[in-house]
Write a protein that binds this ligand. Structure first.
Ligand code: SAH
Length: 219
């Protein structure tokens, strides 16, 4: 899978992509991440990428020209989609992450800033994506969310021990994974409260454990 991030803040990403699963996925050639600086494509003499909104109002709007030229310069690989981040877009879910991981070879991720994009940028876009009903200052965190959620679903990225099969929301947005516990069996707080693991999980009875997991949910 190839990811192309289109942004005016290309330096936001490097440390996140150079650690743990995303670093390993790149080393194993499961993913490639390319970051493109919109500003480099601006034909304005000051490399401007935004301007005042027609009709007035607060803030600045991202202009079409640099985004148009930047998108045209990105090579298209196989089944490719352009995602534009927008708080008013279709809400992103685990099911959509699964769909992208199975049906795409390339995701081009368009990160907005300021008041967002000139509406005509939409001519260049396949999906308008929101990561939730709140407003961030830019599309860079949404781009990281999509890259991480899609990458961990690609075959061979996670080891068998970290299977994504039974995870919360997988296949079914109503599914919530069962509660998990690890050592110690009892944790004692400084005020002598005892927090114990449910005894059934220590029983070794696999049928009972499975039954318990099907009927107990996280609080
Ligand atoms: N004025 C806009 C918000 C702009 S926020 C409005 O009221 O709708 C600036 C940019 O951050 C957006 O263009 C988008 O790319 C990104 N962004 C902010 N919140 C987001 C969210 N919940 N999901 C996806 N992208 C978001």
């Amino acid at each position: 899978m190839r990811f192309d991030i289109v942004t005016i803040f290309p330096n936001i990403f490097s440390s996140y992509f150079e650690e743990t699963i995303l670093k390993i996925a790149q080393a194993k050639n499961k993913i490639e991440i390319h970051v493109h600086d919109i500003r480099e494509y601006s034909k304005d003499k000051h490399h401007k990428t935004d301007d005042l909104p027609y009709g007035g109002g607060p803030g600045m709007v991202m202009t079409v020209q640099p985004i148009y030229d930047c998108l045209r310069a990105i090579p298209r690989i196989g089944r490719s989609r352009v995602l534009m981040f927008d708080p008013a877009g279709t809400e992103y879910t685990q099911v959509q992450a699964q769909h992208y991981s199975e049906s795409c070879d390339q995701l081009i991720l368009l990160c907005g800033r300021y008041e967002g994009f000139d509406e005509r940028v939409y001519h260049l876009v396949d999906d308008r994506v929101s990561i939730g009903k709140y407003v961030l200052s830019g599309g860079e965190i949404p781009a990281m969310v999509v890259i991480e959620t899609v990458t961990r679903l690609l075959p061979g990225v996670l080891g068998a021990l970290e299977s994504t099969k039974d995870e919360t929301f997988s296949g079914n947005l109503d599914y919530i994974e069962y509660p998990q516990y690890t050592r110690p069996e009892t944790f004692t707080t400084p005020s002598d409260e005892q927090w114990s693991v449910p005894p059934v999980l220590l029983s070794g009875n696999h049928a009972e454990i499975e039954q318990w997991r099907k009927t107990h949910f996280k609080k």
